[in-house]
Design a protein around this ligand. Structure first.
Ligand code: TA6
Length: 297
């Protein structure tokens, strides 16, 4: 499989393939600046994004599963067609499905690009009875990583879906981390279970379990990893909502694929469509993207 991926989509000094954890196939993206990224075909899952000096920007749990049918804990899990619990498996079927490579290139900008596709099949139709094509385009620049998600309705009936990039960021210390850009935004506190409220803080800091859905949030956000003196800027487009999550002590102990102490070095700032699911009629396409850029505080 690796040989055929390399033959079909390998690009010298830019895109290569190898067997990763759990003997799962992964793509390795290398930018001329020295930045890099890794993407598993399992789940269409971006698991690593490193700066030109090798600093890892995405969190990946040391306890993560790397096996068919189970989601990887960290990087960017693709949540589709359902966010959270409901009639489908939690966070949907995309993150536990086997995606295929569908393209690779080096753009005129110098960004290294691959595309992965997940097509509905008997397995997905047995869980969610709609025909779709889900595509993830990953573009790696010197200081940026762009993830663009699109959904084609390839069937004969309309359907509604939610889609979220459930991004886990690596940080030095959750006690020295701030998320900027959500002041005044209407939110649902998943822990409080009581309607909507407004974010009163210019900067969100963490002193306990945090699980909040921000509705129709601004497209520009910022994560300050103060312990490392690093800033991650987030620019979303076509993705109205944001989720901020840290499991803290007790929930971490209940998550078997997360180390008990790992909450100290991670924060999820997720981008997607949650409150107003997208309605696609046959042959319609939706797309949304998030651009991540790293820099210093
Ligand atoms: O996005 C926040 C959240 O919905 C939390 O409630 C928590 O469940 C987290 O996702 C992780 O979910 P997972 O199914 O990956 O364990």
């Amino acid at each position: 499989m690796i040989d055929s991926l390399q033959a079909g989509y390998g690009i010298q000094d830019a895109v290569s393939f190898s067997t990763g954890k759990g003997d799962l196939a992964k793509a390795i993206l290398a930018h001329t600046s020295g930045s890099s990224a890794e993407v598993y075909l399992h789940g269409g899952h971006i698991t690593s994004w490193k700066t030109f000096n090798g600093d890892e920007l995405f969190f990946l749990s040391r306890e993560s599963w790397f096996e068919p049918g189970r989601p990887i804990r960290g990087g960017i899990p693709i949540v589709f067609p359902q966010f959270g619990g409901g009639t489908l498996p939690a966070h949907g079927i995309a993150r536990t499905s086997e995606w295929k490579l569908s393209g690779s290139s080096v753009l005129d900008s110098g960004e290294v690009c691959i595309e992965l596709t997940l097509l509905s099949d008997d397995m997905t139709l047995g869980v969610w009875p709609h025909e779709f094509a889900l595509r993830l385009k990953v573009m790696l620049g010197a200081e940026s990583l762009t993830a663009r998600l699109s959904v084609d309705n390839s069937g004969l009936d309309s359907f509604d879906f939610q889609a979220v990039m459930h991004t886990y960021f690596a940080i030095g210390d959750i006690g020295k981390c701030a998320v900027h850009g959500l002041e005044g935004v209407t939110l649902i506190d998943s822990l409080a279970g009581c309607g909507k409220s407004a974010e009163s803080r210019p900067a969100i800091r963490f002193a306990g379990e945090t699980d909040r859905i921000y509705l129709s949030a601004p497209d520009a956000l910022q994560i300050d990893d103060e312990a490392n003196g690093r800033r991650i800027s987030i620019a979303k487009n076509g993705m109205a909502d944001v989720v901020v999550w840290n499991p803290w002590v007790n929930k971490s102990k209940r998550i078997s694929d997360l180390g008990d102490d790992e909450y100290l070095r991670m924060v999820c700032v997720e981008t997607g469509v949650i409150e107003h699911p997208i309605h696609l009629t046959p042959k319609e396409t939706w797309s949304g993207e998030t651009v991540f850029t790293f820099g210093s505080i």
